[in-house]
Design a protein around this ligand. Structure first.
Ligand code: HEM
Length: 160
């Protein structure tokens, strides 16, 4: 294993930490911090849009460094590997979950979340807010599952 492999895994882990940390910072830090603020909705909107940009950059970079990890480890990109090898099967699960993350993040970031914040400026539409909240929670769970699979992969890649 060469230095580039270690750099790629390092970046992958930092990106995962950034992405998961960013998702947690909204409900755990920002929301309680601005609860009584008169411009709460405007602040939420601005921070949401800013994180949306960096979040998508991190997601794409996670895909790139994930593939690079495999390449620099000398693993094959073949159908047999992805369907019959225990390490390859776990990577296939990561691809599947990643597709789920793209779908949930897309609807959350560009539809429920954005629309909920837009509507909160005029009315209190709790249905959209609930949808935004739940899609955010599902995304967090998917992200944690990805990190768990990653830890298993890094240590050999076989689950019982
Ligand atoms: C389709 C996209 C992805 C692919 C192909 C991928 C692939 C991989 C691979 C091959 C490894 C093992 C690296 C090694 O030790 O050689 C790994 C580790 C890891 N991945 Fe991913 N990954 C992807 C997305 C993600 C995402 C979205 C997250 C974050 C939520 C994530 C979090 C992690 C973590 C935390 C590790 C563990 C590193 C360690 O314990 O040393 N991955 N990933």
């Amino acid at each position: 294993m060469n230095t580039w492999y270690f750099i790629s895994v390092f970046l992958h882990v930092i990106l995962a930490a950034f992405w998961i940390g960013g998702m947690l910072s909204l409900p755990l830090v920002i929301l309680p911090g601005i609860k009584q603020h008169p411009d709460r909705i405007a602040i939420l909107y601005k921070t949401g849009i800013a994180f949306r940009f960096y979040g998508w950059v991190a997601l794409l970079a996670l895909l790139a460094t994930g593939l690079l990890n495999m390449y620099l480890r000398g693993l094959p990109f073949t159908w047999v590997f992805f369907t019959q090898n225990s390490y390859g099967i776990l990577v296939s699960w990561k691809f599947l979950l990643f597709t789920g993350i793209l779908a949930v993040s897309g609807t959350h970031d560009f539809f429920f979340g954005r629309k909920a914040l837009e509507e909160m400026q005029h009315t209190d539409n709790s249905r959209l807010r609930q949808l935004a909240r739940w899609s955010g929670r599902i995304n967090l769970l998917l992200a944690l599952a990805m990190a768990f699979l990653g830890v298993v992969l890094s240590r050999g890649g076989a689950l019982p």
